[in-house]
Design a protein around this ligand. Structure first.
Ligand SMILES: O=C(O)CCC(=O)C(=O)O
Length: 303
């Protein structure tokens, strides 16, 4: 047996122990003990997530977010106008014919991996607002961890360029159930790299199709297979105006970011159950002051 075999087996064993005994069950009990009271909009989001795997709504429908989302829009615009994005766009244009085609280099992420987020950053305030966090937690049935929060700038590419990385249909590897939240900072039309999702592929009728090869690797169905097998009515294309908010279980089949005519600017958050072996990809500055939020928010931050 190779060292890789043993490493994988150990990882799997640890995951099952954490999911079945050590980490998820206490987290479920925490949610039950401090059960959040959801408003009608949040309940609708949880229902949609549970049946379709995705819920799309204007951020303004959640009143608590009405003031935070314009701040994120401004943050997105500031990032889009930054020297770093200009450099990356220039580099992409030079290399898209070769190196750019095989990677996610079409995507400029504001946060560098392990980078620090200030506790008052609108990204954290939005992601940890009970309007978002309680909704995610009730869907997942436990207190989740927020492992990623970022602003993305998607560089438009040539129409004939083959999709790469997350532009291809796939299932995320972080866990068997997770929630990604996307907030469009500008309008996104069909040429602006909309997020796409197969309704019913997380829990519904398509959940068994193209499963992940093991619990922590993503599955990428062969090109054309999803279109062949799944009726167009179940392949949702999430175009929408600025402020469109998407809650989505990305264990289901999804793809996005194939922008042609305009760049796409969005903010995104990733929530996973405690047992997920995926670590938080940011640090929180002065994290004690972020502790002013709810117990569930402190748990989400891992503090
Ligand atoms: O950019 C997108 O719309 C898709 C992102 C994605 O597939 C992911 O975050 O897993």
């Amino acid at each position: 047996m190779s060292p890789t075999f043993w490493r994988r087996s150990l990882r799997r064993l640890k995951y099952h122990l954490d999911a079945g005994v050590l980490r998820n069950p206490p987290s479920r009990r925490r949610l039950r003990r401090q059960a959040p009271v959801l408003d009608e909009v949040q309940r609708r989001v949880v229902d949609r997530l549970s049946t379709d795997g995705i819920a799309v709504l204007p951020a303004g429908e959640l009143p608590a977010l009405a003031s935070t989302w314009p701040e994120l829009r401004a943050a997105g615009r500031a990032f889009a106008g930054s020297a770093r994005v200009a450099r990356e766009v220039e580099r992409y244009r030079r290399t898209a014919g070769d190196g750019g085609a095989g990677s996610e280099s079409y995507l400029v992420q504001r946060q560098r991996s392990g980078g620090v987020l200030q506790p008052d950053d609108p990204l954290l305030r939005f992601g940890l607002d009970p309007a978002v966090l309680d909704t995610v937690n009730v869907y997942l049935g436990l207190w989740s961890r927020l492992i990623y929060a970022d602003v993305w700038y998607t560089i438009p590419s040539a129409v004939d360029r083959a999709p790469v990385a997350s532009q291809r249909w796939h299932r995320d590897p972080e866990d068997a159930q997770l929630v990604k939240v996307f907030l469009y900072c500008e309008d996104v039309d069909r040429d602006g790299g909309p997020f796409e999702y197969v309704r019913g592929s997380a829990r519904g009728p398509y959940r068994e199709l193209w499963p992940n090869p093991d619990p922590f690797s993503a599955s990428y169905p062969p090109p054309g297979a999803v279109e062949e097998r799944i009726p167009a009515a179940d392949r949702l294309c999430c175009t929408g105006p600025a402020g469109t908010l998407i809650f989505c279980d990305t264990h289901g089949l999804h793809r996005g970011g194939q922008a042609y005519l305009h760049p796409r600017i969005l903010a995104t958050w990733v929530f996973v159950p405690p047992a997920s072996p995926f670590d938080r990809r940011y640090a929180v500055e002065a994290h004690r002051s972020a502790a002013a939020g709810s117990d569930a928010a402190r748990f989400a931050l891992g503090i």
